[in-house]
Design a protein around this ligand. Structure first.
Ligand SMILES: NC(=O)c1ccc[n+]([C@@H]2O[C@H](COP(=O)([O-])OP(=O)(O)OC[C@H]3O[C@@H](n4cnc5c(N)ncnc54)[C@H](O)[C@@H]3O)[C@@H](O)[C@H]2O)c1
Length: 341
């Protein structure tokens, strides 16, 4: 089987994970890695035997011989790379969120359509086992239509204060809200029509990170479904789960209660602490990274090679970001906002 050639933009936490995932796929060869920080790209290239190291994504797209790129730059820096890839006729996988301004979202969609490239946003929670199973049951008609939902997706403070150097340039709504909004839209099969969000700021500001702590958002979908969504990155660091994620889906003839916080599945107790390693997102099993996060990346490569639809359509990822812009506007104005698509 001829190998498909990948190249990666962004050699940070998630770019490293993309590199490992591709490295473990027998039919993928990573031919290039690009980071503004050359040392970081070189380190990843050495770890995964990647022949090309670049500091300019345009040069990498032109010279590496890649069939596609994956974009793992910070949340607010996806669009330029994606648009350049599209105009260079290069297919791409872009980390969530798709893009973070209205202008960029529309320019990215236009670039994809004009150039006939294939693109997917890595909204990987669609591949998370409990959500995928709930979606199948909803689509089968077994529980009737979705009626209302509650979802929360929060992070420990340390994600904003220590893990991400760029958290104040993004928002918890882009970093995690993009996932939770995508999930509830996917599950109910509709787009947000109106949103009303309340937010609070102060805890992270005192810790030197100028960003909103918490959003509580009420959403009405175009098909009438109503939902409440909570996104914050101020969970105390003593929470062993890092990610706090729960969802209740009420349907006309049934309901789902989902807890994908990694708090209950595996507890590891030592003399001085308890830890709860994540078992479903990206654990290492038999020496290989498994779980819904690599599976979603693999699904992109498989669909690209087979020329079949991706599990996240460009329009869905783009519309999700337009809805997040309306949530940000609502929180700013303290008013209900109708989403403009
Ligand atoms: N950290 C996570 O657990 C996680 C999980 C899922 C998705 N993501 C997403 O992945 C993306 C990257 O996040 P991260 O945590 O890896 O960030 P990071 O800060 O660890 O890495 C980002 C890297 O991109 C590089 N970069 C920035 N602009 C560039 C450009 N124009 N060209 C080349 N390199 C550039 C930076 O130098 C940095 O090394 C984000 O959109 C994030 O939401 C992160």
């Amino acid at each position: 089987m001829e190998k498909i050639k990948a190249a990666i933009v962004g050699a940070g936490i998630f770019g490293s994970f993309h590199a490992r995932t591709f490295h473990e796929m027998s039919y993928v060869e990573t031919v290039g890695i690009c980071d503004l920080d050359k040392g970081r790209a070189e380190k990843l290239a050495a770890e995964f035997s990647i022949p090309g190291v670049y500091t300019d994504h345009r040069e990498m797209i032109k010279k590496s011989g890649c069939d596609f790129i994956s974009i793992a730059t910070p949340d607010h820096l996806h669009a330029t790379v994606a648009i350049d890839a599209a105009y260079a006729k290069c297919d791409f996988l872009v980390e969530k969120p798709f893009a973070t301004t209205r202008k960029e979202i529309h320019a990215m969609r236009e670039a994809i359509e004009k150039n006939g490239v294939r693109a997917m946003c890595d909204l990987h929670n669609r591949s998370s086992q409990p959500y995928a199973i709930a979606k199948q049951m909803i689509d089968s008609g077994a529980v009737g239509n979705v009626y209302s939902m509650y979802i929360r997706l929060n992070d420990n403070k340390t994600v904003a204060t220590d893990m991400l150097s760029w958290s104040s340039a993004s928002s918890i709504l882009w970093f995690l809200g993009s996932h939770s909004l995508d999930l509830i839209s996917y599950l109910c099969g509709s787009r947000p029509r109106t949103v009303y969000s309340l937010s609070r700021k102060g805890i992270l500001q005192k810790l030197g990170v100028d960003t909103v702590d918490m959003y509580q958002t009420a959403i009405e979908f175009e098909n009438g479904v109503i939902a409440q969504m909570e996104n914050g990155w101020v969970v105390p660091n003593g929470n062993t789960a890092l990610i706090d994620m729960k969802c209740n889906i009420l349907c006309e003839k049934g309901a789902f209660n989902i807890n994908t916080s990694n708090s209950d599945m595996l507890q590891v107790l030592t003399e001085d602490k308890t830890s709860t390693p994540n078992c479903i997102a990206r654990p290492i099993i038999n020496g290989r990274v498994e779980g819904f996060a690599p599976n979603n990346i693999r699904s992109f490569v498989d669909a690209l090679m087979a020329d079949t639809p991706f599990n996240v359509a460009v329009a869905e990822a783009a519309d999700g970001c337009l809805a997040i812009l309306s949530i940000l506007e609502s929180a700013e104005k303290r008013q209900m906002v109708e989403v403009q698509y």
